[in-house]
Design a protein around this ligand. Sequence first.
Ligand code: TYD
Length: 136
Amino acid sequence: MQVVKYVFQPHGDDRGQLVALEENKDIPFKIKRVYYMYDTGEGVTRGHHAHKHLEQILICIHGRCKIRLNNGHETKVVPLEKPYEGLYVANNMWREMFDFSPDAVLMVLASELYDESDYIRNYDDFLKFVKQQEDK
Ligand code: TYD
């Protein structure tokens, strides 16, 4: 299973760092939505779903967290600890976010507006979805 982690180029100078992200350039899709999580409680795991279409880039812009990706066959855990790293998460990945540091801010750039009907929230439905995609 391939994990696609982007390392963005910071524009650093003696004042500090700045990262700029442009759709279809630094980010491999048109950005329609941005959301972020903060004040995540200790021991909390979020996510537990996949998507039919949505693509995302996850950036832990402050603090640390971990992302567990599962493509229906394999699972990988990816730590996000740098504000210049972005994890690409395709639609057909079951994802869980966990191990948030108290100061973590996890920002998500998304290719679609919020649409509950795009979510696959049941794990058995996810496995069926993966099989359907593979049988195509
Ligand atoms: P939820 O799907 O539970 O978040 P996660 O998958 O990260 O655990 O979303 C929490 C709430 O926020 C839920 O009521 C739906 C709402 N929400 C929006 O209104 N817009 C969004 O873009 C997202 C991601 C969630």
